[in-house]
Design a protein around this ligand. Structure first.
Ligand SMILES: [Zn+2]
Length: 307
């Protein structure tokens, strides 16, 4: 399947998935992964006790395993940030076992989507699952967490900020408001100066604002501005779906989302169509950025401002 066709399917699936908790990037891949295809996940070492499970870029159903997973090895066990797509649990566990003999004891879900929560159940009810309170509410709407599987819902939630562990094992969780969904957590490993953004910085393209789960492209730049103003002591940024970034990249992404919002707002006020607003948005002022998702974000801004 060519990339163009895949993207076409993504858009089509996305258009049909209103009301579903699943998002296009995972709906597509979960359904199309041939059962016999080897499930290989790449691993990147950031620190002696912190790794990232990648193979996280949507587009190729054979290799897309879900979002970037942080593997944080503490004295008490392994904490995973996100768990990729359903069906990839054994591949995740195999990679974790390749770098530590410690058991997985904690899962932090950055947000509700199935390409970040798909193997919460695989790791079992004995693992402590942590998420923002709005993400737990969003997860309750997903088929994967209904009935007997409700035991895999987050047992620990928070509202604004929460810390897990202490000293070199400390993890800080922050919530700054709506964006990709209504419950996006920013995870900081302070001793290592590393931040995991989840899909609040998924890729260098317009954000996906999942309005069915409380996401907002209008709030997005404001929420990222709070992140930048608050989380300062960081050198490395783990994005949701692309290679490792820096705080400078995150600042640029905030400016990109703010520019996109003000452009869409002005075009709408001037009576321009969504297509016109997309055509006149200059993505080339941001080196390395794509415009594959600009239309979706502009549409989200129009829909939000119309209300
Ligand atoms: Zn997502």
């Amino acid at each position: 399947m060519t990339r163009t066709v895949v993207l076409g399917v993504l858009v089509a699936v996305g258009a049909l998935s209103i009301g579903l908790a699943a998002m296009p990037e995972l709906t597509l891949t979960a359904g199309q992964q041939p059962p016999s295809a080897p499930r290989v996940i790449d691993i990147v070492k950031l620190k002696d006790n912190l790794y990232v499970l990648t193979s996280s870029t949507p587009g190729n159903p054979a290799t897309f395993s879900g979002g970037n997973v942080a593997v944080f090895i503490t004295d008490g066990g392994v904490t995973l940030v996100d768990t990729k797509l359903a069906g990839w649990g054994q591949a995740v566990l195999d990679k974790v076992k390749s770098v530590t003999t410690k058991p997985v004891t904690t899962i932090i879900n950055t947000h509700t989507h199935g390409d970040h929560t798909g193997n919460d159940g695989f790791f079992g009810a004995t693992v402590e699952i942590v998420a923002h309170e709005n993400t737990k509410t969003n997860m309750e709407k997903m088929d994967a967490f209904k009935g007997d599987n409700s035991k895999f819902l987050p047992a620990k939630t928070y509202k604004d900020k929460m810390s897990l562990g202490s000293g070199k094992d400390k993890i800080d969780l922050y919530y700054f408001g709506a964006g990709h969904t209504s419950g996006d957590t920013f995870v900081v490993f302070p001793a290592l100066r590393v931040l995991h953004t989840g899909d609040m910085f998924a890729w260098k393209d317009a954000p996906l604002c999942d309005r069915n789960n409380g996401g907002s492209c209008v709030a997005f730049p404001r929420t990222l501005q709070k992140v930048i103003a608050t989380i300062k002591d960081v050198d490395t940024v783990i994005p949701g779906h692309s290679p490792m970034q820096t705080p400078k990249d995150l600042q640029e992404y905030q400016r990109f989302t703010a520019d996109l919002l003000s452009h869409a707002t002005n075009e709408m006020k001037a009576g321009k169509s969504v297509d016109d607003a997309v055509a006149s948005f200059k993505v080339d002022q941001y080196p390395g950025y794509k415009n594959e998702r600009v239309k979706g974000a502009v549409q989200a801004v129009y829909d939000e401002l119309k209300k």
